[in-house]
Write a protein that binds this ligand. Structure first.
Ligand code: NAP
Length: 281
């Protein structure tokens, strides 16, 4: 499989085995698409077969190597078993991308213990569970790469997202600690902090109510979103899954050999821009 739109050389990740949590949708799928186009075998790991099966089919149809593992990253035993199966099948694990996450808006004063726990467990515990589980495999084979998908919203505080911002702040801290602790095993641990990327999940939140069924309403929403991006993002557009995948490919390649403990913001300058909007007077 090759991808004429990729800036990387064909076969760059050939022979690598990559686990991508949440790899069936959105940014995770974009990462899987590029990694498999560059020759890696990608293992998509998440809870829902309806996300996993079509994604594996699309990747294999395009000529890539892909398989699925149904797992809830909150469950450490299940994660360990999943990693064991991948290691047994492929003999190695070169790359783990901790991409799975949950998120929804909720006022902090009303947040239920369950809502708090759920997001912290998926994002932060899940990242630790997967990282800890691949550690022995990577240590034994002489190294590997762990890349966690963080965010930028906790840099300045983001109302209604106490759970997700707390979890991603924890992921950033974990990234730095594991980078130092596991460097002797040649395990490079980095994070990527994407800016706003209108994945299917994000689009649903902006879409007109179900049943309104009016195409021009959706077009108007899209137009409004594009205008909003122009106003709030210095580089003038939303991000795409490929923007994030490109950084994953770089870090997973030999170019990333001396890179560890980094948190790479890929956001078109969004979080640095003044609250209230780039380009507003
Ligand atoms: P998405 O499409 O909703 O992806 C989330 C993925 O996580 C899904 O594939 C989901 O698959 C999986 N997942 C959720 N709970 C899980 C669990 N308990 N166990 C295993 N997998 C689970 O959202 P996205 O926009 O692509 O986001 C991907 C990552 O980018 C997230 O870490 C998010 O925080 C980060 N991010 C996104 C944006 C953005 O603007 N889109 C900005 C900054 C950061 P299943 O439902 O099949 O389990």
């Amino acid at each position: 499989m090759s991808d004429s739109t990729s800036v990387f050389r064909p076969g760059l990740l050939a022979g690598q085995v990559a686990i991508i949590t949440g790899g069936g949708t959105g940014i995770g799928f974009g990462i899987a698409e590029l990694a498999s186009a560059l020759g890696a075998h990608v293992v998509l790991a998440s809870r829902k077969p309806e996300h996993l099966a079509p994604a594996v089919e699309a990747l294999t149809k395009a000529g890539g190597k892909a398989s699925a593992e149904q797992v809830d990253v909150r469950d450490l035993d299940a994660v360990k078993a999943m990693v064991g199966r991948v290691a047994d099948t492929h003999g190695r694990i070169d790359l783990l991308v901790n991409n799975a996450a949950g998120n929804f808006y909720v006022p902090s004063a009303d947040m239920s213990p369950n809502a708090w726990r759920s997001v912290i467990e998926i994002d932060l515990f899940g990242t630790f569970h997967c990282s800890q589980s691949v550690y022995p495999v990577m240590a034994k084979q002489g190294g590997g790469r762990i890349i966690s998908i963080s965010m930028t919203l906790h840099y300045r505080g983001w109302p209604l997202m106490a759970h997700a911002t707390a979890a991603k702040g924890g992921i950033d801290a974990l990234t730095k600690t594991l980078a130092v602790e596991w460097a002797p095993q040649n395990i490079r641990v980095n994070a990527i902090a994407p800016g706003p990327i209108p994945t299917e999940g994000v689009r649903k939140a902006f879409a007109p109510p179900a049943g309104s069924g009016v195409a021009d309403v959706f077009a108007a929403v899209e137009e409004k979103m594009a205008a909003h991006a122009k106003r709030t993002i210095p580089l003038g557009r939303w991000g795409t899954p490929r923007d994030i995948a490109n950084m994953v490919a770089f870090l997973a390649s030999p170019a990333g050999d001396w890179v560890t403990g980094g948190i790479f913001v890929i956001d078109g300058g969004e979080w640095l821009a003044k609250p209230g909007g780039w380009g507003t007077s």
